[in-house]
Design a protein around this ligand. Structure first.
Ligand SMILES: Nc1nc2c(ncn2[C@@H]2O[C@H](COP(=O)(O)OP(=O)(O)OP(=O)(O)O)[C@@H](O)[C@H]2O)c(=O)[nH]1
Ligand SMILES: [Zn+2]
Length: 207
């Protein structure tokens, strides 16, 4: 198995290891191959524009590779009248893709941090979830990446991240279990060291 190098800030595979970016024509040809693999005819009228639609959709579904999560958090605000309590964003819709089957992972992320003098614009927490979500993922890895980036860039007194999501690779194929959520958490700093802070996080997100 080859070792893939990851950029330590963006957590994305480094460009040279990912290989040359395919042309649009190559990507569309791959979609035609998959259509044939599914048992249909890519030359029939209804499917003629499908390869270009699918490759365009891929650019949306996997937009997270083109974005730098650390950059999103770069702008901070310090004029918060000494606010030093938890900031929580709960029920952030999560759309991601399982790296084993490329099937959707749909759910919610809850992100909290205990600031140390500075805060980020709240929309940036949701952007962070989107950037890591819009990649091929493993839920545990995505949970850790969101927490790690917040911790590294903002340097707060602690970070708490929880993701609850349904994996369509488990609901629409394979084991066919519907309505099953997988829960993952990652705590750093005070949320890791102080059970009372961990409990407050769960209370604030309503769990
Ligand atoms: N830990 C973890 N496992 C995942 C995630 N997404 C998918 N998986 C699992 O990855 C595993 C891949 O297992 P394999 O045996 O290689 O693949 P498979 O034969 O398609 O497995 P089945 O889904 O059981 O049919 C499956 O058990 C999936 O449920 C994730 O985010 N985290
Ligand atoms: Zn899967």
């Amino acid at each position: 198995m080859s070792v893939i190098a990851y950029d330590s800030k963006s957590h994305a595979p480094s460009k040279e290891k990912a290989g040359a970016e395919p042309t649009a024509a190559e990507a569309e040809e791959a979609v035609r191959t998959l259509i044939r693999w599914a048992g249909d005819n890519p030359a029939r009228e209804g499917l003629l524009d499908t390869p270009s639609r699918v490759t365009k959709a891929f650019k949306e579904w996997f937009a997270g590779y083109a974005e730098d999560p650390a950059e999103v958090l770069a702008r901070t605000f310090e004029e918060v009248e000494g606010y030093d309590d938890i900031v929580v964003m709960k029920d952030i819709r999560l759309e991601s893709y399982c790296e084993h089957h490329m099937a959707p992972i749909i759910g919610k992320a809850h992100v909290a941090y205990l600031p140390d003098g500075k805060v980020v614009g709240i929309s940036k927490l949701a952007r962070l979830v989107d950037i890591f979500g819009k990649r091929l993922q493993v839920q545990e890895k995505m949970t850790a990446q969101i927490a790690q980036t917040l911790d590294d860039v903002l340097k707060p007194r602690g970070v708490a991240v929880m993701i609850e999501a349904e994996h369509q690779c488990m609901s629409t194929r394979g084991i066919h279990k519907h309505g099953v959520d997988t829960l993952t958490t990652r705590f750093t700093g005070v949320f890791k060291d102080d059970p009372a802070m961990e409990a407050r996080f769960f209370r604030l997100i309503g769990r």
